[in-house]
Write a protein that binds this ligand. Structure first.
Ligand SMILES: *Cc1c(COP(=O)(O)O)cnc(C)c1O
Length: 597
């Protein structure tokens, strides 16, 4: 049995972000995208940024750290006041935060001054929803007090609605916000950067043309993630896509049972007295999803006829009598979710998160491009690489075209860096599979210098984001790593298949996992290959590495996946014996899809 999974379609999220951004732009509004519904998943943030949001807003430090770790360097807004003990982290990691308590702002100012910084805040004003915000009567004295704080700058004012009191945004209450903003501008003597008019629930007003001018920011999560499933309840905004997320579980039991429990009734596992309706005998199913994972009431089955009856901690009980087509044990059942259910699923450790991208690429064009230095060029000529690639049905194409499979052959590993960087930029989001005996993760540019070749990957990691993210990078075939490199690899949480692990699970399994990781939420991957990864007869460079046959197998799998976008071979030199050069050319052809038959 596999764990329940939630698939996350990044293309739909990007589309929704773009739709919201375009609507906002027409009214002079610059929105931030809110990722808290996905626990700050970096791929989701990147999809929002591609869609044009100005920055990312988050409610938790853990999520912000996850975003920053993944190399996301856009402005980040914290949506919630931090506890006093985490003020330093706030000042260090967050560009702007929503605030409503003077005591906390005093502490922020103190810490910011100590760190030599000024922290930007958006002063929250409560317009009646009764969650966060100062009361409008307190605005003037509060602003006066803040103006005394040298470490804090009022970058804007904002409000939050429809969260606690279910008060909806209207022209009236948001006009009040604009008036409060003007008051603050008069007091500070300068224009505010932001007048932040709420969350997704402000979009219906914007669509209806009722947004007062002067509002220039919204913080939008639900409408981008869920396509407004909860925001536009009665009149959906058709331009948004509601199907970015899908939860899938497996049916562990399917049996016909009566609809009324038998025996004396007490309370259920959660302290409630359940009520049942007698519908006679029904076909019931149990899926491997429970209250540990989801608010079951927020699940919407995708298959017609399936009904959710309830859930205990680990079991979801379904009525399958009218499922169309019918469902059997061992089959999958899938669900859409409301926002509350989504939040719980994304937080559950038991649900596997699978970012993906609706495959829009159709009809693979078979074009290729090659770039080399002198040594790589010699290899191409001697081994007749271009012509052999053309025999496989490829035509020479433009290097910068999306669908061209590009190849770089260079002596020094560091020289492929610009090539990989360019591939990342061209494909927008790319994974990286690094097949090499060495980690190349030595810290760059310190005294007692390692040769630059030993720092290539660490250097790559600083210049590749946001196009290539650490969670999409996999190392295969590692057998040499200095202790400091091992430490860096662990800290970065890169997936590494060492030779020891390849011995244990086999190269095919390692490569299968690598392709999955490198392709998760990307448009494909780049493969970096260094010949020292392979143990080739008569050459000491690769002793202890994967076999020639395994190397071919890895290349063939890359080709078969349909996700290989570019390939680089480096770490070769003029002294490389010619049989090794010939073997490298054969590996290249395998990566271009050559098979034995
Ligand atoms: C969660 C949150 C948002 C985003 O709300 P959505 O309904 O997901 O758009 C905006 N502002 C604050 C203060 C929030 O806590």
């Amino acid at each position: 049995m596999s764990d329940p999974q939630i698939s996350i379609d990044l293309a739909r999220i990007e589309h929704n972000a773009r739709t919201v951004v375009d609507l906002c732009r027409a009214s002079g509004i610059t929105p931030f995208g809110v990722t808290k519904g996905t626990c700050g998943m970096p791929q989701v943030a990147r999809a929002m940024l591609r869609g044009g949001v100005r920055g990312i807003a988050e409610s938790r430090f853990e999520n912000i750290r996850r975003l920053r770790d993944a190399g996301i360097d856009c402005p980040i807004m914290l949506l919630r006041s931090p506890p006093l003990t985490r003020v330093e982290e706030l000042v260090r990691t967050v560009d702007i935060s929503l605030q409503s308590e003077l005591q906390l702002m005093r502490e922020i100012s103190r810490v910011a001054e100590r760190l030599g910084r000024v922290h930007d805040i958006i002063l929250m004003i409560d317009l009646g929803d009764l969650r966060e915000g100062i009361w409008p009567n307190d605005l003037v004295p509060t602003v006066e007090a803040i103006l005394e704080l040298p470490g804090v700058r009022i970058a804007g004012v904002g409000t939050n609605l429809t969260c606690f009191g279910a008060i909806i945004p209207t022209r009236e209450n948001l006009t009040q916000l604009v008036a409060h903003a003007q008051t603050v501008e008069i007091m500070t003597g300068r224009p505010l950067d932001w007048v932040s008019g709420g969350n997704s629930s402000s979009l219906p007003l914007l669509l209806a043309g009722g947004m007062p001018s002067g509002i220039n920011n919204l913080r939008v999560g639900e409408a981008i993630l869920q396509g407004g499933r909860d925001t536009f309840l009665t009149e959906p905004w058709q331009a948004l896509d509601r199907d970015a997320f899908e939860l899938t579980g497996e049916l562990l039991e399917v049996k016909t049972k009566p609809s009324l429990p038998i025996g004396q009734s007490g309370i259920d596992a959660f302290g409630n007295v359940p009520v049942f309706v007698d519908e006679g005998d029904r076909l019931r199913g149990i899926a491997n999803i429970g209250r540990e994972d989801v608010i079951a009431e927020g699940l919407i089955p995708t298959r017609p006829g399936v009904r959710v009856l309830g859930a205990s901690s680990d079991h979801l009980v379904l009525d399958l009598t009218e499922a169309d087509p019918p469902l059997a044990v061992g089959e999958n059942v899938s669900f859409r979710m409301n926002y509350g259910a989504l939040l719980t699923v994304m937080t559950s450790e038991y649900v596997e998160k699978v970012p993906m991208r609706d495959v829009r690429e159709t009809g693979e064009a078979k074009t290729y491009a090659i770039e080399t230095d002198a040594i790589g060029g010699a290899l191409v000529v001697v081994q007749d690489v271009a012509q052999r690639i053309e025999h496989l049905g490829f035509e020479r194409g433009a290097e910068d075209a999306d669908k061209t499979l590009t190849l770089s052959i260079r002596a020094r590993k560091r020289d492929v860096l610009p090539f990989v960087e360019e591939a990342g930029r061209r494909h927008d989001a790319l994974g990286l599979i690094w097949i090499d005996s060495d980690a190349a993760m030595m810290p760059d540019g310190e005294a007692g210098l390692p040769p630059p070749e030993n720092a290539v990957l660490s250097r790559m990691l600083t210049c590749l984001p946001p196009h290539i993210a650490p969670e999409n990078i996999v190392l295969i075939g590692l057998r040499n790593a200095a202790p400091e490199e091992a430490a860096v690899l662990k800290a970065l949480r890169l997936r590494v298949f060492t030779m020891a692990e390849i011995d244990a699970v086999g190269l095919r399994q390692a490569m299968r996992d690598a392709i999955t990781l490198a392709s998760a939420g990307t448009r494909g991957f780049h493969l970096c290959y260094a010949p020292t990864a392979t143990d080739m007869s008569g050459w000491s460079g690769g002793i202890g590495g994967i076999t020639v046959r395994e190397t071919h197998s890895a290349m063939e799998m890359a080709a078969l996946s349909g996700k290989l976008r570019s390939l680089s071979i480096s770490g070769i030199d003029a002294a490389l014996p010619s049989p090794i050069g010939a073997e490298c050319a054969n590996f290249i052809l395998s990566a271009f899809g050559k098979t034995i038959l």
